[in-house]
Write a protein that binds this ligand. Structure first.
Ligand SMILES: [Zn+2]
Ligand SMILES: [Zn+2]
Length: 330
């Protein structure tokens, strides 16, 4: 069958293209109707040509919700009609990290929309094991936010001392991280964000304070600093603002190597950790938190655009005051 998909056809160019998809799912596979696709900062990095390793042309989409249309032989867990969220990571399953459950650290893994074609397609055939069931009461547009929430939940767990926390960037990951940190019992959380509306959103969602870059008193100290931006200036600030023995967590996607204030970090034993995707259990946690209304994701949605207005959707997602933009698939 012919399906429509969202393609980055060149740097800065997004278009709806067509592809052929098998109608009958094979062994262990499931055919789904995609209902919503979330636009992520890392998608915008690909579209803008500054992602570290993925360049257009590529089919985009890794934050995807929908429902099951048909199941193939050997797919027994899901039923037609079930609402689902896609896990965009495909790991090898056999390396040392995979065997220990840290599948997001698999060096052979590929992610949809990056090293694998994306999932922003009106219909999609996927292995059943890559789908997570969502309770029927969760609206599909909220279900699709379980994917970034899983990433934020995982990132929040990367630092062990959460006595006094800073989060750089109040986009969707920063604001979901704020929620995840509060759920994990973090102490006062300071958010650093240039956009005034997003700072207000951060305060309304429980940040102890929200400041513009450069707006904090000199030499602040945090036991954990989460950098959701990972530009040279933010990582430099993070390395200087972490307390002795504290941790910097790089959550955002950097566009290339950056210099860190290593002399201070070496002397005062400041750790630097990455956070990239998450093991599948965190996606179930994200779904549960949304289903229980324990994390407000509706309040993060800046706009939902139909597929026919896809260019507008990506333009909106790139604006400074935008948090989470979704595309509703027909
Ligand atoms: Zn994402
Ligand atoms: Zn592996």
């Amino acid at each position: 069958m012919r399906v429509r998909q969202i393609s980055f056809t060149g740097v800065g160019r997004v278009a709806v293209t067509e592809a052929e998809v098998r109608e009958d799912p094979g062994d262990g596979e499931v055919l789904i109707a995609v209902s919503h696709v979330g636009i992520c900062g890392s998608d915008l990095a690909v579209l803008g040509g500054h992602h570290p390793w993925t360049r257009p042309p590529v089919v985009t989409g890794h934050e995807v919700s929908g429902h099951v249309l048909a199941t193939g032989p050997g797919a027994h867990r899901l039923q037609p009609g079930d609402r689902v969220v896609l896990n965009p990571l495909r790991a090898c399953g056999s390396c040392a990290r995979c065997r220990q459950g840290a599948v997001n650290q698999c060096e052979s893994a590929a992610v949809r929309g990056y090293r694998l074609p994306g999932a922003a397609m009106t219909r999609l055939v996927v292995p059943e094991r890559e789908l997570h069931r969502v309770p029927p009461q969760v609206p599909a547009e909220l279900a699709c936010c379980a994917e970034p929430l899983a990433a934020a939940w995982h990132a929040a767990g990367r630092a062990s001392q959460l006595d006094e926390v800073a989060v750089i960037g109040a986009g969707s990951i920063g604001l979901l991280l704020l929620a995840a940190l509060r759920r994990r019992g973090a102490g006062p959380i300071t958010v650093i964000e240039p956009d005034r509306g997003k700072r207000e959103l951060a305060r309304a969602r429980g940040a102890g304070q929200a400041a513009a870059p450069g707006g904090l008193p000199p030499e602040p100290r945090f036991t954990a600093v989460f950098d959701c931006v990972c530009k040279p200036a933010t990582l430099d600030w993070a390395g200087r603002a972490a307390s002795a023995g504290g941790t910097v967590v790089a959550v955002g996607v950097p566009s290339g190597p950056v210099v860190i204030p290593l002399p201070r970090m070496q002397r005062y034993e400041v750790g630097l950790l990455g956070s990239g995707l998450y093991p599948p259990g965190d996606l179930d946690t994200g779904i549960s938190l949304i289903a229980a209304q324990a994390v407000d994701v509706a309040g993060l949605i800046s706009g939902i655009y139909p597929l026919d207005r896809v260019a507008e959707a990506y333009a909106r997602a790139g604006q400074a005051d935008s948090v989470k933009v979704l595309v509703a698939m027909p």
